[in-house]
Write a protein of this length. Structure first.
Length: 265
């Protein structure tokens, strides 16, 4: 009976610990409907349009333009960037190759864990879809490493292979970023003092008094705090170890009473 009770308690504790872990693997919630999705894109890192995760951003451009957006990502997230380019219905001279690149706050190009980052649209194709799933964002990394870190990320969408006759044709682009919360399995012992959110500073040469002051990007990832589901699993491990010790002791100590000596012995 004692062993059965020990096993029952252990099963209940494991079920309770698994619940937050399952919740951590769910996609991040979409932002509130108050913020309107952007309808334009920047033409450089400095002018990249700000978007939030879960927003469907759109932009009208010309074939050959560089389109830039930026979004925030926090630790223990695995962002996935998806882009759709709607090509013109007018005849095209050849196939087109489009590419989606993602850079971190230090403008380091981030490798895609999986996804079709570069795709070629046939001459008669109406659209092309691209995607890039980054590695899990880490709270801290060595200075020499290029691991994804919390802060601002840049999206660059452009055509990398196109006939000269097709340059300048109108296209429409759609971009969306969603993240999967990986949870404590990606937690590390350490954190950045500040997220990688670069400032935008420009200086005008029109006159001595006409100077633009530095402005910090409004996009900042939400602080995830010190809590992690690693604390849950550590606590459950300690409880299970204690229960295992109690169960082992109950099995090995015996009844604790001296054996009876048969009469006449």
């Amino acid at each position: 009976m004692r062993i059965a009770r020990v096993l029952t308690v252990a099963a209940l504790l494991l079920g309770a610990a698994a619940s937050p872990a399952v919740a951590d693997s769910s996609p991040s919630a979409s932002p509130s409907g108050d913020s309107a999705a952007p309808t334009s894109a920047g033409t450089s890192f400095r002018t990249a349009t700000e978007i939030q995760q879960g927003q469907q951003a759109t932009a009208s451009a010309s074939t050959g333009d560089y389109l830039y957006w930026q979004f925030p990502a926090e630790e223990q997230q695995r962002p996935t960037v998806r882009a759709t380019v709607k090509l013109p219905s007018s005849p095209r001279s050849s196939a087109q190759t489009w590419q989606l690149d993602v850079y971190d706050g230090l403008r380091r190009r981030q490798a895609c864990q999986y996804g079709a980052q570069t795709r070629t649209a046939a001459q008669d194709a109406s659209s092309v879809n691209l995607s890039c799933t980054l590695r899990t964002v880490r709270a801290w990394a060595e200075p020499w490493a290029d691991d994804p870190l919390p802060g601002t990320y840049y999206i660059r969408l452009t055509v990398v292979g196109v006939g000269a006759a097709d340059l300048g044709q109108p296209v429409n682009a759609e971009v969306r970023v969603d993240s999967k919360d990986v949870g404590g399995s990606a937690a590390v012992d350490g954190s950045l003092a500040e997220p990688l959110v670069p400032g935008i500073a420009t200086r005008s040469e029109k006159s001595d008094s006409d100077t633009d002051t530095a402005a910090l990007s409004k996009l900042r990832p939400d602080a995830s705090g010190w809590w992690s589901d690693r604390w849950v699993w550590t606590g459950v491990g300690g409880i299970l170890a204690a229960l295992a010790g109690i169960g082992g002791y109950a099995l090995t100590r015996g009844s604790g009473r001296p054996s009876r000596v048969p009469p006449g012995a």
